[in-house]
Design a protein around this ligand. Structure first.
Ligand code: C2E
Ligand code: CA
Ligand code: CA
Length: 265
């Protein structure tokens, strides 16, 4: 690791100890029920000198140094605790989705960790979703990974395949692993109105998901035009700046309460 990365690694260690991380939550909209029924937890770093940092500024060093395991555990715990707090306050029950990195997922005790966390916060497993990327799934010893996903599924947590369409051979393993939801990568959504190839790919992914009985969520929806296109293609769920940016817990709570009583569309 070069000196810049070493410095960042030291700072990350401090950040873990002094609790400088915070989760923001981005609402997920169900197009069938016209309600927000989930949020994705996205990590932010409240850096004492540099202000709020985004994952792009630190996740790769966290991965490289292995600190992502501890950070990721904090993310799972915090998201479960928060979701339970919302339930206790009487908010509509929603899923909280958490991004899981490869290193974290490959920990031997990962399934036990998830189970204990759910127990600790008394959160029913169906309200936790783990977002995995294709890169995690297509790994050398993928038998072990497939086994882990089956164990998680048995626990009752939901599994989403993140950034779908950006990895390798996105199709064959869909039969082997029990996933609940495909998240169509936002690069396809970006050009859905302008590029007929991207529109065709999105249509094909939605058709594939529907055939395989999987939920399908479009990421990075920024405009009504994009949303209309997705609705016309029978997409079931959407997430993006058009609905809301990722928000701190108190703000997403107000957002969810407001749209519980007021139609978004
Ligand atoms: P991701 O999982 O694909 O998360 C979606 C990213 O797209 C988020 O960026 C979100 O703010 C952004 N986004 C949402 N809607 C829109 C939109 O309409 N337009 C555009 N242009 N962007 C949109 P963010 O929060 O900077 O996160 C970036 C990546 O960092 C995430 O990509 C995820 O891979 C990773 N990440 C975030 N939180 C965690 C975490 O707790 N653990 C791990 N391992 N990775 C995380
Ligand atoms: Ca994600
Ligand atoms: Ca994504």
């Amino acid at each position: 690791m070069d000196s810049g990365k070493e410095k960042l690694k030291k700072e990350l260690l401090r950040a873990i100890k002094s609790q400088e991380f915070v989760l923001y939550y981005q609402p997920q909209f169900n197009l069938t029920t016209a309600k927000f029924d989930g949020v994705e937890a996205l990590i932010r770093w409240r850096h004492p000198e540099r202000g709020i940092l985004l994952p792009a500024d630190f996740i790769s060093v966290a991965e490289e140094s292995g600190l992502i395991v501890r950070i990721g555990e904090w993310v799972v715990k915090t998201a479960c605790k928060q979701n339970k707090a919302w339930q206790k306050k009487g908010l509509p029950f929603i899923r909280v989705a958490v991004n899981v990195s490869g290193k974290q997922f490959q920990q031997n005790e990962f399934v036990e960790f998830v189970m204990q966390t759910l127990q600790k916060f008394q959160l029913k497993p169906q309200y936790l979703e783990l977002e995995l990327t294709e890169n995690i799934i297509i790994h050398d010893d993928d038998e072990k990974i497939i086994h882990t996903i089956h164990r998680l599924k048995k626990l009752g947590v939901q599994i989403a395949l993140d950034d779908f369409g950006t990895g390798y051979s996105s199709i064959s393993y869909l039969k082997k692993i029990p996933i609940d939801r495909i998240k169509i990568d936002r690069t396809y959504i970006q050009n859905i109105n302008a590029n007929s190839d991207d529109a065709a790919i999105v249509r094909a992914i939605i058709a594939l998901a529907t055939t395989l009985n999987l939920e399908v969520l479009a990421e990075g929806v920024e405009s009504l035009r994009q949303l209309e296109m997705l609705i016309s293609q029978d997409c079931k769920e959407a997430q993006g700046f058009y609905f809301s940016k990722p928000l701190p817990a108190e703000e997403v709570e107000k957002f969810l309460i407001f749209y519980q009583n007021n139609p978004f569309l």
